[in-house]
Design a protein around this ligand. Structure first.
Ligand SMILES: [Zn+2]
Length: 420
C-alpha cells in the first residue's frame, strides 16, 4: 500500500515536470515551426515508460505562427508532420470557406496537437484571417471539418472637434484616430488645401467617423468618415459622405464635390491604347511594367493639365521625348510624354489650371506612333491613373441632391446628439 502511494507520488511529480516543460516549450517555440517532439520531453517520458501505456499519457500543445513575406498557408503546413495526403485533404476541406492564397502577411495560424504515445498529432488548425473571423479546421478520425465563426460587430459613431497642433496627422494621432481614417481625411482635402502652407496652429478640425467593436467593447476595425471639416484662418471646407447606387463620394453642404482632383484622361477623344501594368515593351521588346497609360490620338491633339499646379519640368527627357511634368498639391505629380510641341506660354514654374492646354500629341522619343503616355506620381511612386479614387468635382442635382440634403441633415443630427 505504502509502495503504491510512493509510486503514484513519483508519477504525479513526473507528470507535473512534463507539463511544466511542455508549457515552456510551447511558449518558447511558438514563433517558429518545430513540430518535432522536443528531446527533453522524450527523455522524461522514457523514465516513465512502463506507466505510460496503462495511463495513456495525453498532452495538448498550442503553437502559433504569423505569416511573413513569402509564406503561404500551404508552405506552413509543409513544415509540420502532416503528410502530403493529409495536406491535400485539408486544403480541399478549407478551400470553399476561405481563399487560402490570399491570406495577409501577419495572419495568425494556431496549431493544436495532441501528444499520443510519443507522436504529435495535429488535431486542430485555427486561422485568423482578420480580427472578425476565425476559421477552425478540426481533425475528426481521418477527416477534416471546417467551421467559420464571425464576430458580431457593433457600430459606433465617433466625433472629434479639435485644434490643430503642429500637423493634422499628429493632432488626430494624439487623440487615437486610426491611421487609415487620418489618411482618408487628408486625402479628402488634398486638392483644395495645401497642407504645408495653408494650415496654421489653432486651425480647427471636425471629424465624424464610424468604428466597430465586438460585444466585449474591444475595437475591431474602423469604418468610414461621415463628416470632415477643416476651419482655416480665412476659409473653411466641409464634406459629407453620400452614397447612392453608383458612387460613394463627399460633397459640401450644397452638394458640390471636393475639387476635381486629377483627370484620368487628360485628352479629348482619345482611345486608351495601353493600360497600366506588365506588358511587352513595343520597342525594347522585353517585358516591363508599364508605369503609365497610353492614349492613342492624332498628332496635334491638345493635351490638358490633369490638375491645377505648376510646371516642374519641360523639355526633352530621353525615351519620353518632348516631356512635361506638373507638380500639384500634397505630393501629386503628373507627366506627359512623346509630345510633338508645347502650348505657347508653357514654361518651367508657370502655374497651370486644370483643363488648360499644355502641349500636343506627338511621337517623339521611344514611341511607335502618335500617342500620349500619361503618368500619375504620388509621393515619388507611379500609380495607376485609372484606379485613382479621388473627388470627381461633380455637382448634385434633382433627386440626388434631395437625397443628399436628407443625408446631410441626418449626419448633422448625429453630430449634435453626440455633442450633447
Ligand atoms: Zn506608355
Amino acid at each position: 500500500m505504502y509502495l503504491l502511494n510512493k509510486k503514484i507520488l513519483v508519477f504525479i511529480a513526473g507528470l507535473i515536470l512534463i507539463i511544466v516543460i511542455a508549457y515552456y516549450l510551447s511558449v518558447s517555440f511558438n514563433d517558429k515551426i518545430d513540430i518535432q517532439i522536443p528531446k527533453e520531453t522524450t527523455l522524461i517520458q522514457e523514465d516513465h515508460s512502463e506507466k505510460k501505456d496503462s495511463l495513456d499519457l495525453f498532452f495538448s500543445f498550442l503553437e502559433y505562427y504569423e505569416l511573413v513575406e513569402g509564406d503561404t498557408f500551404i508552405s506552413t503546413l509543409k513544415k509540420t508532420n502532416l503528410n502530403k495526403r493529409e495536406i491535400d485533404q485539408l486544403i480541399i476541406a478549407v478551400k470553399d470557406v476561405i481563399e487560402i492564397n490570399q491570406l495577409r502577411i501577419g495572419t495568425r495560424i494556431e496549431m493544436i496537437s495532441d501528444l499520443i504515445k510519443e507522436e504529435r498529432i495535429i488535431k486542430e488548425i485555427i486561422i485568423y484571417p482578420d480580427r472578425e473571423e476565425k476559421i477552425s479546421i478540426l481533425r475528426i478520425d481521418d477527416r477534416f471539418t471546417v467551421r467559420k465563426d464571425i464576430k458580431t460587430l457593433y457600430s459606433e459613431l465617433v466625433f472629434h472637434e479639435i485644434e490643430i497642433e503642429k500637423s493634422i496627422y499628429s493632432s488626430l494621432k494624439n487623440i487615437n484616430v486610426p491611421d487609415n481614417i487620418i489618411m482618408s481625411f487628408v486625402q479628402l482635402f488634398s486638392f483644395d488645401i495645401d497642407f504645408q502652407r495653408d494650415i496654421r496652429n489653432k486651425n480647427k478640425i471636425n471629424i465624424l467617423f464610424e468604428q466597430f467593436k465586438d460585444k466585449d467593447g474591444e475595437l475591431i476595425k474602423s469604418g468610414s468618415i461621415f463628416f470632415a471639416k477643416i476651419i482655416l484662418t480665412k476659409d473653411s471646407y466641409e464634406l459629407y459622405k453620400f452614397e447612392n447606387d453608383n458612387y460613394i463620394e463627399y460633397f459640401n453642404s450644397d452638394g458640390k464635390s471636393a475639387t476635381k482632383a486629377l483627370m484620368k484622361t487628360p485628352i479629348n477623344g482619345a482611345r486608351l491604347s495601353s493600360a497600366y501594368g506588365m506588358r511587352k515593351h513595343p520597342i525594347l521588346g522585353y517585358n516591363k511594367k508599364h508605369m503609365g497609360v497610353d492614349f492613342a490620338a492624332p498628332i496635334g491633339t491638345p493635351i490638358m493639365a490633369a490638375g491645377t499646379g505648376h510646371i516642374e519640368y519641360i523639355g526633352t527627357n530621353g525615351g519620353a521625348g518632348k516631356y512635361i511634368r506638373i507638380k500639384h498639391l500634397n505630393g501629386y505629380k503628373t507627366s506627359y510624354s512623346h509630345l510633338s510641341s508645347y502650348a505657347s506660354g508653357i514654361q518651367k514654374n508657370v502655374r497651370v489650371k486644370q483643363g488648360q492646354t499644355i502641349g500636343y500629341v506627338g511621337s517623339t522619343g521611344l514611341s511607335t506612333g502618335p500617342h500620349l503616355h500619361y503618368e500619375v506620381i504620388f509621393n515619388g511612386n507611379k500609380i495607376n491613373p485609372m484606379k485613382m479614387k479621388l473627388p470627381s468635382g461633380k455637382k448634385l442635382k434633382g433627386i440626388n441632391l434631395n437625397n443628399f440634403l436628407t443625408e446631410r441633415d441626418r449626419i448633422n443630427n448625429e453630430i449634435s446628439k453626440i455633442k450633447n
